[in-house]
Design a protein around this ligand. Structure first.
Ligand SMILES: [Zn+2]
Length: 321
């Protein structure tokens, strides 16, 4: 489990900014109240001396350290009591001079005793949806809203199996060595829906994922090929690095023949590194062979676990209803 490194770096920076903002806001409130109430200024100054007092007590030696510590704690609690009373008497909320972290559990540090806090995990998942390219899709598509009522008879039984297998795949995904899937079948049978559901779940479980419509994958490879400087960041590196890559609608790209060797090399690299890929396509085996070379097709059918989507076009059924 490794989340997207770039997302992790950015979320860490935003947590540091949160902490600083909470501290700045507290300073601003302190300055405001202390300028109005001289007694509060004395209390705040005394509270500010707590750290140095503990340090001095530690230097004094072991014999009376614990007693000194208890005394300092008592004095501090007393000061806080007076502070709250004074705030309340002057029309301020009692917690006006408490630091307000967005997450009181981890004090906006993102971890508690070395373990990631739920708040940071939620931020990383949100960032993961964005960086994986599914922010707009994941609100609409999940395992829970995959509607089997659009399939009937044998198709229903088949699609129940496909849904169960897709869910199991996502829930047991464990990074390298998790295998790859190939979804094929006609249009409107839920291939994109289940692909997005998988990537969504795998992101939530903390893995670095990328979703890419085939058209975009091909155009990124083409841009990369014609790039004539080393300064522009690579558009395609993430396709080779991520723990799960989803290629949506393979075969819908236009004039992609020149990019086929890049696709082969990407698939090969991912297979050899044990990285997982989910590909969906409307094309049959014969159509895939006509569109790509047999090396690509043999990789797909040799290394990916294939699932055939069957039934009547769900989008058309929805339009008619
Ligand atoms: Zn937290």
């Amino acid at each position: 489990m490794s989340f997207n490194r770039e997302d992790y770096k950015n979320v860490k920076i935003s947590f540091e900014a949160r902490r600083k903002n909470a501290e700045d806001q507290l300073k601003r409130r302190e300055t405001e109240v202390c300028s109005k109430l001289p007694e509060m200024k004395k209390i705040c100054d005394s509270l500010g001396d707590t750290g140095p007092k503990i340090y001095a007590a530690a230097l004094e030696g072991r014999d009376n350290y614990e007693q000194r510590l208890a005394d300092i704690r008592y004095e501090t609690e007393e000061l806080i009591r007076r502070q709250k009373k004074l705030l309340s008497e002057n029309g301020y909320p009692e917690d006006y001079l408490d630091i307000k972290y967005r997450c009181p559990l981890c004090r906006d540090e993102g971890n508690i005793d070395g373990k990631m806090c739920g708040c940071m995990r939620a931020e990383l998942i949100k960032a993961g949806y964005e960086s994986a390219g599914i922010a707009g899709l994941c609100g609409k598509m999940s395992f829970d809203n995959f509607d089997l009522s659009y399939y009937s008879g044998e198709d229903r039984a088949n699609m129940e199996l496909v849904l169960r297998k897709a869910r199991e795949y996502a829930e047991s995904f464990s990074g390298t060595g998790s295998g790859s899937l190939l979804f094929f079948g006609g249009t409107g049978l839920g291939k994109t829906h289940l692909s997005v559901s998988i990537i969504k779940k795998v992101i939530e479980r903390g893995y670095y994922c990328v979703y890419c419509p085939s058209e975009k994958l091909f155009s990124d490879f083409r841009d990369e090929r014609f790039k004539n400087d080393d300064k522009t960041p690579s558009k395609t590196a993430k396709y080779g690095e991520c723990e799960l890559l989803v290629i949506d609608d393979l075969g819908t790209e236009l004039n992609g023949r020149d990019i086929v060797p890049y696709l082969y090399s990407l698939l090969n690299q991912r297979i050899n590194s044990g990285l997982s890929t989910v590909i969906n396509t409307n094309l049959s085996h014969t159509e895939l062979l006509a569109m790509y070379d047999d090396r690509v097709v043999s990789r797909l059918f040799g290394e990916f676990l294939p699932y055939m989507f069957t039934g009547r076009d769900v989008r058309m059924q929805k339009l008619k209803s």
